[in-house]
Design a protein around this ligand. Structure first.
Ligand code: NAP
Length: 537
């Protein structure tokens, strides 16, 4: 079977890509490993999973009708509601008929002679497509640390990103262990604590988290938002992170201690990510960063009753340089009698035993173990697929070749014609409002394919020069900030053996959008548009 385009994944990316391709008259097939749409919102069903972008902005904006028809219940809705939204979208645009579920793409090889991609599926079948588009997401390759003895564990264990789809995990009366306290751990820990007989949290690095202060939406607010959506969307598209929030023009150290304290207190009371917007240099300068980092540490000391537990929860990295986290009663959870916090930085995990988990200090008996240990971010999901470009070069080899992974605009790769990544490495997406960032990539790719078709151009490929320049620019922008200093999935430091590299464009979503538009307006500057595999214009 031959399609114009094959897309992997039926999450936010794959669904809109399919819609965009169809609207432009291309034939397309989406392959999805799960048995339903939703992507991360299909897989992440752990207790407490919810959105941490405000829902009124965390949706598609391409259809005014869709914006008007869907109404979010609250500021940060739980996973089932977001999954319902994506199912609503799939139904509204009749997307399912072009999606093949429970089908994993194992390999995609570029057939240079016939200028097409050969796509191999897990069931052994194969299809071909002119364009190969990845919508695999940035956080879909689970990181399950290789602890000795996991296969001997007599209890049950789960990773937050692969939570059982059709059964409830019952923690009642159980001794539960959670390893990890990133966004997934921080969301699940307070909920599991309410149900479990006892919860032991194994923490390696303390994290800063901010109260989400979730609340149901006032119908008047929803009405006003819907009436003004087009203006809001315009603001989102031109902003740094894809939200209609005006950035501060002040440095944190321009204000006196008293004024700063008041600014931080107000943002803390509002909840959500407002704290990150209080000053313009929090992730740029150590001195400014220390003011907000210390503010959050003071809140932890205030909230946690036992000083020794509070001490263990105090983070020391620069706030904001790991992905900021929103919580609902996270620090308060450590005041519960049935919750114990173990510092595995001090006493590392040695092994999983049949009865539980052993650190260098003690053994903890557990019935259920939850890995909230995150993901091999950005490159991980792509490298799980055997992707081969020209001359049989694999993506793995290409990205291992230089000192750094490099891409052009986070969308394309030299050596891989007609292959597009939605929210790939070196795009700003993971620091932006994800659905909006996805829409921008999908629209750009859709426009590009129409451009090629209208001009009879069979292939497009990023040039090595453009790719190298983009990658260098990304690193220069990042190096002017504090971000690369943190050990996180942003830098690859969370995966043992992964080369350290900061793979996010930090120039801002609005700026990036203009750069991409400019590239297109200049006839796809930095790309080779070829009329045959060997001819480069
Ligand atoms: P994460 O932020 O990478 O956190 C993983 C946690 O596991 C960290 O606490 C880490 O400790 C710990 N860990 C990893 N390996 C370990 C080991 N061998 N021993 C002990 N501890 C270990 O992962 P995540 O919480 O799943 O979040 C990943 C990203 O997904 C987030 O940053 C966010 O972008 C996204 N997310 C979003 C939402 C949402 O609300 N929209 C919800 C969940 C996730 P160290 O810090 O020491 O490495």
């Amino acid at each position: 079977m031959k399609y114009d385009a094959v897309v992997i994944g039926a999450g936010f990316s794959g669904l809109y890509m399919l819609q965009r391709l169809r609207e432009a008259g291309f034939s397309a097939r989406v392959y999805e490993a799960g048995d339903g749409v939703g992507g991360v919102w299909y897989w992440n069903r752990y207790p407490g999973a919810r959105c941490d972008s405000e829902s009124i902005y965390y949706n598609y904006t391409f259809s005014e009708e869709l914006l008007q028809e869907w109404t979010w219940s609250s500021r940060y809705p739980e996973q089932p509601e977001i999954l319902r939204y994506l199912n609503f979208v799939a139904d509204k645009f009749d997307l399912r008929r072009d999606i093949q579920f429970e089908t994993r793409v194992t390999a995609a090889h570029y057939d240079e002679e016939n200028q097409q991609w050969l796509i191999y599926l897990e069931d052994g079948s194969q299809v071909s497509a002119t364009y190969f588009i990845s919508g695999v997401g940035c956080l879909s390759a689970a990181n399950i640390p290789k602890f000795k003895g996991l296969d001997q564990f007599e209890g049950k264990w789960y990773h937050t990103g692969h939570w059982p789809q059709h059964e409830k995990v019952d923690f009642t009366g159980k001794r539960v262990g959670v390893i990890g306290n990133g966004s997934s751990g921080v969301q699940s820990i307070p909920v599991i604590a309410q149900e479990a007989e006892h919860l032991t949290v194994f923490q390696r690095t303390p994290q800063y988290t901010i109260p989400a202060r979730n609340h149901p939406y006032d119908p008047a607010f929803i009405k006003q938002t819907k009436e003004n959506y087009q203006q809001i969307v315009e603001e989102m598209r031109n902003s740094w992170a894809g939200f209609p929030i005006k950035p501060s023009s002040r440095s944190a150290i321009e204000d006196s201690q008293e004024v700063r304290q008041q600014v931080y207190e107000e943002a803390w009371e509002k909840g959500g990510f407002f704290l990150t917007y209080t000053y313009n240099d929090l992730t740029m300068h150590e001195e400014s960063n220390e003011t907000v980092s210390e503010f959050i540490r003071s809140k932890i000391r205030e909230t946690v009753n036992k000083p020794d537990v509070a001490e263990k929860l105090l983070p020391s990295y620069y706030f904001g340089t790991k992905r900021p986290i929103l919580d609902t009663h996270y620090y308060e959870t450590y005041n519960r009698e049935n919750v114990t916090l173990i510092d595995v930085n001090k006493a590392p995990i040695v092994e999983i035993t049949p009865k539980g988990l052993r650190t260098t200090d003690a053994e903890y008996e557990l019935d259920i173990l939850v890995f909230a240990t995150g993901y091999d971010g950005m490159t991980g999901p792509l490298l799980k697929i055997d992707i081969r470009g020209k001359d049989g070069l694999t993506l793995k080899e290409k990205w291992a070749e230089g000192a750094h992974v490099q891409t052009y605009l986070g969308i394309a790769n030299a050596g891989f014609p007609n292959f597009f990544m939605i929210t790939g490495p070196e795009s700003p997406s993971v620091l932006a409002n994800m659905p909006l960032a996805i829409e921008q990539h999908v629209d750009w790719i859709g426009d590009c394919l129409e451009h090629l078709r209208d001009r009879g151009v069979p292939t497009i490929e990023a040039t090595l020069e453009a790719e190298t320049a983009w990658s260098k620019h990304c690193r220069e922008v990042a190096d002017a900030t504090l971000y690369p200093k943190a050990d996180s999935w942003y830098t690859g430091a969370n995966i043992s053996g992964k080369p350290r590299s900061f793979l996010i464009y930090l120039g801002g979503f609005g700026v990036y959008r203009h750069i991409c538009d400019d590239v297109a307006a200049k006839g796809y500057e930095g790309f080779s548009l070829a009329s045959s595999p060997k001819t480069v214009s």
